[in-house]
Write a protein that binds this ligand. Sequence first.
Ligand SMILES: Cc1cc2nc3c(=O)[nH]c(=O)nc-3n(C[C@H](O)[C@H](O)[C@H](O)COP(=O)(O)OP(=O)(O)OC[C@H]3O[C@@H](n4cnc5c(N)ncnc54)[C@H](O)[C@@H]3O)c2cc1C
Length: 460
Amino acid sequence: MGIAADVKAALVAAVGIANAREDADARLQYGTDALLRGAPADLVLIPGTVEEIAAIARLCHTHGVPLVVRGAGTGYTGGAVPVRGGVLLSMERFDRILEIDEENLLAVVQPNVLTGELQDAVESRGLFYPPDPASLKKSALGGNVAECAGGPRAVKYGTTRRYVMALQAVLPTGEIIRTGSKAVKNVVGYDLTQLLVGSEGTLAILTEITLRLIPKPPVAATLQATFVDVGAAVRGVTALLAARVVPATIELVDAGSLQAVERHLKRSVAPAGTGAMLLIEVDGVPGGVAEEVALVDEACQSAGALAVQRAATEAEREALWEARRALSYALRASAPRKINHDVSVPRGRVPQLFELLARLEREHRLWIPAFGHAGDGNIHVNLMVNPDDGDEMTRADRAAQELFEGVVALEGSISGEHGIGFAKAKYLSLELAPEVIALMRRVKAAFDPNGILNPGKIWE
Ligand SMILES: Cc1cc2nc3c(=O)[nH]c(=O)nc-3n(C[C@H](O)[C@H](O)[C@H](O)COP(=O)(O)OP(=O)(O)OC[C@H]3O[C@@H](n4cnc5c(N)ncnc54)[C@H](O)[C@@H]3O)c2cc1C
């Protein structure tokens, strides 16, 4: 349908012609995220101030123009894709760390500061921002907050949610609001800060984020435990939990994922004969770390580990993490299409989840490599398919449906990290009751009465 010429002129005027793009390449490029199922916006705007964003929101609200916010575009569920066209608002100019407050253990950032950039900045001062999505070198903090990103360290430190103290945001109706505060304790009114965390760009445009920091743990040890197969590795996870160790990370990599990453990196990651591995990191004070390393070693050995090795140098540690972070890219290079589902189950039910995956592979004749955050029950399940093979795509569709039904039956969730976007919208009702979805829609309407902000997502 497009945007009426006079409205478009006003939108462009709001940011200045130098910060508006209308060429076909930009419209599609900005309209595509890591899901790789993009749609072109009608107009790309790159604002530089909060007031400009408020003016854009008011115009879109008044004239019923869809408005979609884009952070770094690494989302996996099409959250930043303008499925109904309209304005694509790129936050790329909001890329400054405004404050690192060492006394109050917090940082104030603009939303398009990259996750890894903040981590480097605070770690150089002995502070720590734990959430560590594997995309941390490319994803932005605004996108992390909007998706409530998690990562390997969530098992000990929690996800993004735990670190968001306050927000500045622009409502779809154009008001600029502030939620939360810099105080650790704040119980005044509804917790709108936490409502906006994980709202997938459907309730408000985040323009400033205040994040809690913690002291950087002085020592960390990284261990690689290898196993004959995924069943043994999962037993290793169970043994760790039973030993009451809380490592900072417990990442599991199955055989298929391991082979893919070795091909991708052109080097060996684990000794020959490894059928699955765990990447475990413990951190804290030196005495505590030494004790936990011993407990981890014992637990993995009791589960039948082939070997448990501690990274001896920072270079060895980085090489292990490089392999972990490369998994998504490695699998993507291993088949014409990788359909990635980040399901999550109560941590003690990871064994049942892997039994389910083995059944789905067998019954649907699919390759389904899996890896992920075994310590908190969040596993990335990858359906490897050829989109030109209709029969295989039908089998993958059935497998996805059964996967989601299975995790809900295990009292888990269809998404632990990546959100719903448009890619998972059709599965939402497997997990949420109709009255819960109706309530969420009423919340959405309270923020966005004309339904202009990121339409076509979550429910539709
Ligand atoms: C290789 C790879 C590995 C990944 N690993 C992980 C992982 O370990 N854990 C994990 O959680 N995710 C992971 N992801 C997914 C992705 O990186 C996260 O969802 C990330 O938080 C998205 O951030 P972004 O800045 O790229 O957001 P985008 O993709 O740009 O946007 C994501 C959503 O956030 C909204 N949004 C963005 N900025 C704002 C804002 N300022 N205000 C309001 N809404 C906004 C968008 O509208 C959209 O709905 C991975 C992705 C890749 C490609």
